[in-house]
Every structure is written in C-alpha cells, then in structure tokens.
Design a protein around this ligand. Structure first.
Ligand SMILES: Cc1cc2nc3c(=O)[nH]c(=O)nc-3n(C[C@H](O)[C@H](O)[C@H](O)COP(=O)(O)OP(=O)(O)OC[C@H]3O[C@@H](n4cnc5c(N)ncnc54)[C@H](O)[C@@H]3O)c2cc1C
Length: 96
C-alpha cells in the first residue's frame, strides 16, 4: 500500500513537472490519473480488510473513503478512456 501510494505520488509529480515545463504529454497525465485512482481503490479496500468487520463500521472513516474512492475511476475521464489516451500516445510514438 505504501509503495503504491509513493508510485502514484511520483507519477503525479512527473505529470505536474511536465505541465510546469510547458511540454506536457497527455499520456503522462493519463498515467498519473489512471494509476492514482486505481491505487486509491486498492488501498482503501485493503485498509478495510486489515480492520476486518470493524473497517465497515461508522466508527472508522474507512468505508466512507472506500465508497468515495469509487467515483475517481469514473469522473474526469474513466479508467478506460485514460487507457485509450495512453495507448494512442504509444501507437503515435511508433508511427501508428
Ligand atoms: C459524482 C459525479 C460527479 C460528476 N461531476 C461532473 C462535473 O462536475 N462535470 C462534468 O462535466 N461531469 C461530471 N460527472 C460526469 C462524469 O464526468 C462522467 O460520469 C464520466 O465522464 C463518464 O461518462 P458516463 O457516466 O456518461 O459513462 P459512459 O461514457 O456511458 O461510460 C460507461 C462505461 O463505458 C466505458 N466506455 C465509454 N466509452 C468507451 C470507449 N470508447 N472505450 C472503452 N470504454 C468506454 C466507460 O469507461 C465506462 O466504464 C460526474 C459524475 C459523477 C458520478
């Protein structure tokens, strides 16, 4: 979980850095959004698993976080659309 969080942060920082440099690549941004939103789904699910049944109770914020995480793979470009952007950029690089 910690490693995936760190990877998402690095992808996000790379995308932000490219934007700052004025030479951003859509695929870099799509990779950051895709990875971070899928990482969030994994990490919130694992966190509930760690706490067992308690993870689903109102006393902890985990179930709410897990539920809130679900929309991240839908809005601002669904995961499938991010994959389209990434694959399109890869094909372009290879003359496609
Ligand atoms: C809580 C919430 C708040 C929102 N707020 C805003 C907002 O403020 N502003 C705004 O503009 N929009 C907002 N949206 C809308 C959001 O951007 C759309 O839900 C999102 O773009 C997906 O479109 P859709 O729901 O029409 O799904 P669809 O486009 O119908 O997609 C359904 C499924 O098919 C897949 N799919 C679609 N096309 C392809 C394709 N070509 N190849 C492969 N798979 C495909 C999708 O990935 C998805 O899994 C919000 C949505 C939610 C849930």
């Amino acid at each position: 979980m910690s490693t995936r969080l760190a990877a998402a942060e690095l992808l996000t920082l790379r995308a932000a850095w490219s934007v700052d440099q004025g030479n951003h690549d859509d695929a870099e941004i799509a990779q950051a959004k895709l990875y971070a939103s899928e990482m969030l789904a994994f990490v919130t699910d694992e966190a509930i698993q760690v706490f067992g049944g308690m993870g689903l109770m109102d006393e902890l914020p985990l179930e709410r976080m897990w539920r809130d995480a679900r929309v991240e793979r839908i809005w601002d470009g669904t995961s499938e659309i991010q994959r389209h952007i990434i694959s399109r950029a890869m094909l372009r690089r290879h003359g496609g």
